[in-house]
Write a protein that binds this ligand. Sequence first.
Ligand code: B12
Length: 358
Amino acid sequence: MPITEERSTEFVSIMRSIETRLLEKLPETQNEVLRRLCSEHPRVLAGYAGQGPLACREDAANHVEYLAAAVGFGEATPFLDYLRWLADVWHARELPLEGLETTLRVLREYYAGLPETWAGEAVRHLDAGLAELGLRGEFLIPAGQDRGRLPATGAMLEALLAGDRHLARAVAGNVLAAGCSLAQLGARLIQPSMYEIGALWQKNRISVAQEHLATAITQYVLAQAFAGAEALARTQRRALFANVETNHHALGLRLVADVFDLAGWSIQYLGADVPTRALLEQVDTWGPELLGLSVSMPQQFAHVRAAIGALRAEFGSRCPTLMLGGQVLNRYDRAADRLGADLHVRDAMAADDLAREQ
Ligand code: B12
């Protein structure tokens, strides 16, 4: 497995074992955080808007999962990015940041009090997070990766926010009539529009229902665009597409699968949250030469690594080429490489170039 120059195999394996320990200990950690908040910080618990213990446990689980993912990845940035995102989410909902800070401090004290030496890694990440708590950040397309939004992006966003599928279809239709391919439509119109939808949800400016509606409209628009697009002659090449376990963000993967289909490949698209065992069975049954896996958040890193490890172990030299994509991979340097993939393809347009290569 390729490992970046600055990370030795030993470092990587120690960090991954700490990640595992953090996750194994999660139920105990949640209990301890809840116990301490109940007895020492009842005001923080009350701040969970009547949802008290349940919401507090869920929050603690999220903190630990992101923390563990960052440790396993070998750098604090995914955890720090999470805290910036979370601070923005809390700020937009007028939740006092003090509550988040208290929970993180309780977590820090818990790990600092454990006799196991590995807990020191968690303390280090929490210290880094606490040191810059309050900084806020968004999840838009990272600088340097932006393909350039099509001018119609504003109109598409308006149609999505209005919940108007016919208008959205018309906006996309005009873009296609002007000569855009499905891949360009996806990467330069749909993707930035949906990232804006995400940012608006994050900032509490739209509801969960509006975000779901926008997703549904987008799926409709892309399906219509696919149906009307011209396909190249069919080849013998096979590509299987799936989201790794726990990843529910399937729109990008679907778009990439459609792009391969139009380039003449036979494709199978398995959609969201595919159990690793089921994925292996399908690879065995169908025998694709390429497997495209989608990953959208750091907590899914462990699932990608597990899937890649299992695929290589089970299929050896018959293993399909393992191609990763998804927004979290576009944020971190050589992330797909560090996760053990053969290829990282950043968006639908790059996928189109690859699919058309002979
Ligand atoms: C729609 C949506 C959902 C829907 C997804 C429905 C569906 N059927 O897909 C649902 C409601 C399920 C959902 C759930 C959640 N979501 Co959500 N979601 C989004 C949203 C608004 C749009 C996603 C999308 O379709 N983007 C457009 C596509 C086209 O872009 P893309 O995925 O990046 O794909 C492109 C490339 O990455 C690449 N690519 C992607 N996959 C692959 C695969 C291969 C093989 C290749 C080659 C390339 C490739 O090519 C694609 C096309 O160019 C994003 C906002 C955003 N920034 O994307 C938030 C977002 C990703 N979600 C977020 C969150 C927090 C969640 C939840 C935790 C919310 C919750 N509290 O439950 C859950 C987690 C679910 C999970 N475990 O996966 C956050 C993540 C923040 C973070 N800290 O990481 C975001 C960024 C919103 C935000 N700004 O806060 N979400």
